[in-house]
Design a protein around this ligand. Structure first.
Ligand SMILES: [Zn+2]
Length: 428
């Protein structure tokens, strides 16, 4: 999809649909704008339902101040204008009040962007803008005071968040990633104390290399491969909609035969991923012109070592990841479904999946379908994509229920005898 060829009003309605659908704004809250090459500001309207916004609702504010469109521009237009004036490199602005980031806004804190790698890279530094009345030019001054320091994201005291970027899709990625971070930190601190990555670990991860492998040109696709590509896209979109993935993170792979598998590409928005974006790896070569996920080697070694595994998912869901960024052990002996699918879940050291993929791949012997990698991800395996997806969902649900239980009482896990009975009954 060529975003740069889309009309600003279409881009705005598309991103607003994602924000609303993802539970990151209310019907009346939040506003988006784009500054086009003719210096017109395209902005969401005041008082129109954000849940059913279309491109026809978007308002254009010309450079001379005249307004065209069917509605009045958002009441927050002043701060959008002020940011564009002070930061000519910014061409799109996103403002919203998602609950997790508002939790930081009302406690006047900044989310920890160093809990997992890549967030620093996507979001950059975060600032705090002092409180001022909504719609006032005073609020614009407080926000631009942060943006003038070269910062593109500001938490507004007792209000919400503002993100600026060179285009609206980049602004959305930073916003979504920071919201994910906020949810992760909140979850982690309910069960324990979150531990940040060191700057050294972040650098190591930043320098993570793409596998240097040769290319081949595919001549034909089997019906099995076509079906597998379709199924993979279907489940990736589902994982995205269920917040198990963000737009930039989350990897699926599926074994096709002994020497080949298909894998998600690097750097393509998960929301719009298509069957043709998926990368095939055949006899150690990649499909011509495509960039596979940087976790390619880990997938390769898992398939080489374990004939019972046909599918792998790497993900960062905000509940199970709470156990990855704290020293708390994840115990699946909560309900039978959780133990049957997840078993005893090992926790691997940070970096093991990309610094030592061959040995990390070794742990997935029968009875170990899932592992947590400290401050990084969860890696789930299965004999089919749907099975691996189910295991990922069960892990996230289990983590969510453990976190929710903290406000109710102490967990009583399933006892040893019951576990022995479950193992016998389900032959696991
Ligand atoms: Zn607001």
């Amino acid at each position: 999809m060529k975003f740069e060829l889309m009309h600003p009003s279409e881009q705005i309605s598309m991103i607003m649909e994602r924000i609303y659908g993802y539970g990151m704004t209310t019907t009346s809250g939040g506003n988006l704008s784009i500054l086009d090459n003719e210096k017109n500001i395209w902005i969401t309207p005041a008082g129109v339902d954000k849940g059913s916004l279309t491109h026809k609702d978007i308002v254009c504010v010309k450079h001379d101040g005249t307004v065209t469109g069917n509605n009045k521009p958002s009441s927050e237009l002043p701060f959008h204008k002020q940011i564009y004036e002070k930061r000519p490199d910014i061409k799109a602005i996103l403002h919203a009040h998602p609950p997790a980031l508002v939790a930081f806004s009302i406690t006047r804190k900044i989310p920890d962007i160093n809990l997992i790698p890549n967030v620093q890279l996507i979001c950059g530094d975060i600032g705090i803008a002092e409180d001022a009345p909504p719609g006032s030019s005073e609020l614009g001054e407080k926000i631009t005071a942060v943006f003038k320091r070269g910062i593109n994201t500001a938490i507004l005291e007792n209000h919400g968040i503002v993100v600026g970027a060179s285009d609206l899709f980049k602004a959305f990625m930073a916003f979504e990633t920071l919201d994910f971070c906020a949810r992760l930190e909140i979850n982690a601190n309910i069960i324990g104390k979150s531990v940040s990555l060191s700057q050294k670990d972040i650098e190591v991860s930043k320098n993570k290399q793409h596998s240097d492998i040769g290319e081949y040109t595919p001549k034909r696709y089997s019906s099995f491969e076509k079906a597998a590509r379709k199924e993979m896209c279907r489940l990736i979109h589902r994982a995205y909609n269920q917040k198990l993935f963000t737009s930039t993170q989350g990897t699926f792979s599926q074994r096709l035969d002994e020497g080949s598998f298909i894998l998600t590409p690097y750097g393509i928005d998960r929301k719009y991923l298509d069957a043709e974006d998926i990368v095939k790896i055949k006899n150690g070569l990649k499909e011509k012109g495509k960039i596979p996920s940087r976790s390619l080697l880990l997938h390769k070694y898992i398939y080489q070592k374990h004939s019972h595994i046909n599918s792998i998912i790497i993900s960062h869901p905000p509940n199970i990841m709470a156990f990855a960024v704290t020293n708390k052990e994840f115990d699946s002996k909560t309900i039978p479904e959780s133990y049957i699918l997840l078993r005893d879940v090992p926790k691997l050291p940070f970096g093991s999946s990309f610094m030592n993929p061959e040995s990390a791949a070794g742990i997935y012997k029968k009875g170990v379908p899932i592992a947590i990698v400290k401050n990084d991800c969860v890696i789930v395996t299965g004999n089919s994509l749907l099975k691996a997806f189910d295991t990922l969902e069960v892990a996230e649900f289990t983590a969510k229920s453990i976190i929710a239980s903290k406000s109710i009482g102490k967990i009583i896990n399933i006892g040893e005898k019951e576990i022995t009975d479950i193992k016998k009954a389900f032959k696991i």
